[in-house]
Design a protein around this ligand. Structure first.
Ligand SMILES: [Zn+2]
Length: 81
């Protein structure tokens, strides 16, 4: 179990832009993850390096695990439902 966290290679996440349809890889620092009270309010976001568009996509459980495990900054949303 030890060792993986000590890897020197930066973690890159593959992403695609729905606006300009370009594909690219983003480092953890380029991504933001917001975890809300429900699936509908749990999403990740990034700015497209090609066209500058702000992209927001829903994040399922596996994506949340992947992103948090990769060091993506996580914001926990407080809702008043
Ligand atoms: Zn784009």
């Amino acid at each position: 179990m030890l060792g993986l966290a000590a890897t020197m290679a930066p973690v890159l996440f593959k992403a695609a832009c729905p606006d300009c349809r370009s594909r690219f890889e983003l480092s953890a620092s380029a991504l933001r993850l917001a975890i809300g009270a429900s699936r509908r309010t749990t999403f990740y976001s990034f700015t497209c390096p090609e066209c500058g568009s702000s992209v927001r996509k829903p994040a399922g459980e596996r994506i949340v695990e992947l992103l948090t495990g990769g060091g993506v900054r996580t914001l926990r949303l407080h809702t008043t439902v």
